[in-house]
Design a binder for this molecule. Sequence first.
Ligand SMILES: [Zn+2]
Ligand SMILES: [Zn+2]
Length: 137
Amino acid sequence: MAAATGGCMCGAVRYECTGAPMFMGNCHCRDCKRAAGSASAPAIGVPRSAVKVSGEVKYYESKTDSGNMVKRGFCPNCGSRLFSLPPFAPDVIVILASSLDDPSIFQPAMDIYTSSAQPWDHMNPALQKFPKMPPMP
Ligand SMILES: [Zn+2]
Ligand SMILES: [Zn+2]
């Protein structure tokens, strides 16, 4: 993923990512469902230092099931979901793959929080499944 670009629907927020992805996966937790309005959130973890953002991103903070606070970022003008700041890794920013200019570069390796996955969602059976968070290195 060399210099992947993306942004929100209205164009007020744009970003460029020059770092290699650290993980790619779909999160099926209830909060990601609510925030994304979707069956799951397509998440790409990259080094925070590798992402350059222009425009204002508003962050909504909520408590995870581990009791930590996660911040979910969106465009305050059009509401598009863009980033998450995971509490377990302060150097990591999660990009929502749907906000990429070329979302086809998303190659998820896993489904996480599958205990909250919905029967109307079809998960790729080839991907590794974790009922909650995968074990952290
Ligand atoms: Zn926008
Ligand atoms: Zn989630």
